[in-house]
Write a protein of this length. Structure first.
Length: 302
């Protein structure tokens, strides 16, 4: 294997913790993601407080020092409260990955939807009594590394934009393939619908509904060309809810119907997969006024 997982787990501290007072030099790579509470870590020669979403990337030979002490908790008072995911690893693939670019020792990332499920899968694979699959653990570790790079790239691209706007964008990308109301991303970031709508438009130059539709249409194009799904199935699986709404949005964007697009780009799929939707397609123009009234001014991506 080109990667070797030395340790991997989840840690929750309710008592003070102090690593070596002078720091320790790491033999391999250490990743530590703070998920709850707070701790202090050595960063560029000084101790710095880290909170939820802060990721430490320690390379071979780098000095690592961690301190966990009591902090003020809004409900519990002065208590020790700190949770993190960690892993230590080494290997030739990791050496190449590490050397390929500069990464900050400490960075704030959005981890819930993408990184954390991978980390948990790696922990479970590591814990399997029969030893787990080394190849699966290898690829999970590589995927974690590449996902970290994706998060760092998105953080860099969003520099100057509020962190909450990036969280909203990530949430939309994760959930665009199903109908959802704006109350859901609003609850995800703890703001009102009007506030997230204004914030997203100010940061990205388009509304949440517009961005959601762009993602759904991109998914639909792929399925029109490469899947045998019917048009109604594509509409439902891409989050449009109904073929009539999908038809209207698609034709407005591309100037032709979904069935005409499929006939032009995947004629071998058009006959069989389009069967059974001709009635819905014929009814779409007739129902356009009703749909326009239904969706006009509507703050719902579905």
């Amino acid at each position: 294997m080109e990667t070797e997982l030395l340790m991997c787990g989840y840690s929750h501290h309710t008592a003070p913790f102090y690593s070596d007072a002078h720091g320790q030099s790491m033999p391999g790579y250490l990743f530590r993601l703070q998920t709850e509470g707070a701790a202090s870590a050595l960063n560029e020669g000084k101790m710095e407080t880290i909170g939820a979403g802060d990721l430490l990337l320690i390379g071979p030979g780098d000095t690592y020092r961690l301190v966990i002490e009591a902090q003020e908790h809004p409900q519990r008072g002065h208590v020790v409260f700190s949770s993190d995911y960690y892993l230590s690893c080494r290997g030739t693939w990791l050496n190449d990955w590490w050397d390929a670019r500069q990464r900050p020792l400490l960075s704030r990332i959005h981890y819930e939807e993408r990184l954390l499920p991978l980390w948990r899968m790696l922990i479970l694979e590591r814990r399997r009594l029969e030893g787990g699959q080394a190849e699966l653990a290898d690829y999970l570790l590589r995927t974690i590394c590449l996902t970290i790079d994706r998060q760092l790239d998105e953080r860099s691209a969003a520099r100057g934009r509020p962190f909450i706007a990036a969280r909203l964008k990530s949430y939309i990308e994760e959930h665009a393939s199903r109908p959802f109301s704006l109350e859901e991303p609003a609850a995800h970031v703890g703001l009102s619908v009007s506030r997230i709508s204004h914030l997203f438009k100010a940061c990205y130059g388009k509304t949440i509904v517009e961005y959601t539709q762009e993602i759904r249409l991109t998914i639909a194009l792929e399925r029109l060309r490469y899947s045998v799904m019917t048009l109604e199935q594509i509409a439902e699986s891409c989050g449009f809810g109904s073929y009539s709404y999908f038809f209207r949005v698609f034709r407005k964007k591309y100037g032709l119907s979904p069935s005409d697009y499929r006939a032009a780009h995947a004629p071998e799929l058009a006959t069989g997969a389009n069967r059974g939707v001709r009635t819905a397609q014929a009814q779409a123009p007739a129902s356009r006024s009703r749909l326009s009234a239904q969706h006009r001014g509507r703050s719902n991506p579905s």
